[in-house]
Ligand binder design. Structure first.
Ligand code: CA
Length: 254
């Protein structure tokens, strides 16, 4: 299984022979907005780690064809990609050996989707911030660091899902421009436009909430009725935005 690559979304490769865990992780990470590839053997995993250039690898230490730590060393020999090892053997010695062999973090089975997401984000933040902080986007009090995949508003970090981050980044790069929902579906979701804007509306609504604003009282995200949305700093907000009560956007989670 190869990445359904979306620009700007973290690519995660999971190497796991247990089909139940693999399927669950692929689904959970996909829903959280990651691009996911999966391998069920060490050899396939090694191959994908090289050819697909993932941003992060989740590596099961108990694989049928090769010892997990051996796989870890082999990936490390050719790539600096961050690796989170998944182990059923949650002993301290086992974890220490993995970290010494080049793992960036670990999860102990059984692990939940929320924990995995948090660990992935922490590892990406850690490894991302060691790179030059270029490409930083600032719009008013909004600051977006694409490499670190961090965003903050007036100095306070925003807890965004990968999809929300990408949506915010996409709009911020085009600050001041009206972006259509169709463009967002195609460019951020990579979905063909089907006339249904519900997905975009719902995510815009969640993003608004995290930015501490509403469609009726916008600060950064301005609905342009029947066209799309524009991100602009509060002071530059034009007065002709969609009036209250008529914004075609969902304001609550379904
Ligand atoms: Ca296993």
């Amino acid at each position: 299984m190869v990445f359904d690559t979306v620009q700007g979304m973290p690519k995660v490769l999971i190497v796991e022979d247990d089909p139940t865990i693999r399927t669950a992780v692929v689904r959970a990470l996909g829903e959280q907005g990651y691009a996911v590839a999966a391998a069920h053997t060490a050899m396939t995993g090694l191959q994908l780690a090289v050819t697909e250039r993932p941003d992060l690898v989740i590596l099961d230490l108990g694989l049928p064809d090769l010892d997990g730590r051996e796989v870890l060393r082999m990936i490390r020999a050719v790539s600096k990609v961050p690796i989170i090892v998944a182990t059923a053997r949650g002993t301290e010695a086992e974890i220490v050996r993995s970290l010494n062999a080049g793992a960036d973090d670990y999860v102990v089975k059984p692990y939940g989707a929320a924990q995995l997401d948090a660990r992935i984000r922490a590892v990406l933040r850690r490894t991302g911030t060691s790179e030059p902080a270029d490409g930083v986007i600032e719009v008013g009090g909004l600051r977006i660091e694409p490499r670190a995949r961090q965003a903050s508003l007036d100095g306070t970090p925003l807890e965004l899902t990968p999809r929300e981050f990408e949506l915010l980044r996409y709009l911020a790069v085009r600050a001041g421009e009206v972006v259509t929902k169709r463009e967002l579906l195609v460019e951020v979701w990579r979905l063909p436009y089907s006339g249904g804007d519900k997905t975009v509306d719902v995510h815009l609504s969640w993003l608004r909430r995290k930015l501490g604003e509403t469609a009726q009282r916008p600060r950064y995200l301005h609905t342009v009725r029947r066209v799309g949305v524009r991100l602009a700093p509060p002071s530059a907000a034009p007065a002709d935005d969609a009036p209250a009560g008529d914004a075609p956007e969902a304001e609550d989670r379904p």
